[in-house]
Ligand binder design. Sequence first.
Ligand SMILES: [Zn+2]
Length: 203
Amino acid sequence: MATKKGSKAVVKSTVQIMKEKTAARAKQARKPGASPKKAAVPKAEKGPAKKGMSARLIAQVAAAPKAYATDDLKYFREMILAKRKETIEELDSLKESMMDVTTGEYISESSNYSLHMEQGTDAMEREKTFLFASRGSKFVNQLDDALARIEAKTYGVCKTCGLLVPKERLEAVPTAQTCAEYKNTGLPCEKGRIALAKKKAGK
Ligand SMILES: [Zn+2]
């Protein structure tokens, strides 16, 4: 009996200890959980920082050049002419390969089976070749349009917001007529929105 009572007491005290420990843990958790205050601090900091950033953007848009300088246009012209030459050379070699297909070289093959196979791959190859060729000639047309824009000094000006498309983008996509942001999302970038708002207000 005495042992039973004793064990009961032990159990009781263990439960008590556990309760106390839990309470202490909760208290401790609440202490660094000054989280409501902590969360409020960055929020207060975020407001003015964002305002400062947009003020900087507005200033940048106001100071932004309306066209690329002559030297830049010259550089782009060289770049586009080189791309154009390269594409035309590729087109010429494609045309040659199409000619080979139409001369019917494969028909002289002996077995019917191989004739069939050759024709199958021929058709596929021809389709691919035509696809490449039509893409290529489209690209040459677009490059010609870009050259015309260089002559007009409007090359590199975004069609949407009127800001200059970054040089790196024009180097990667010389036929680009809008900023990457607009191309990818259908919406102007932050600077572009400022420029558009200004345009609307100014005119
Ligand atoms: Zn733009």
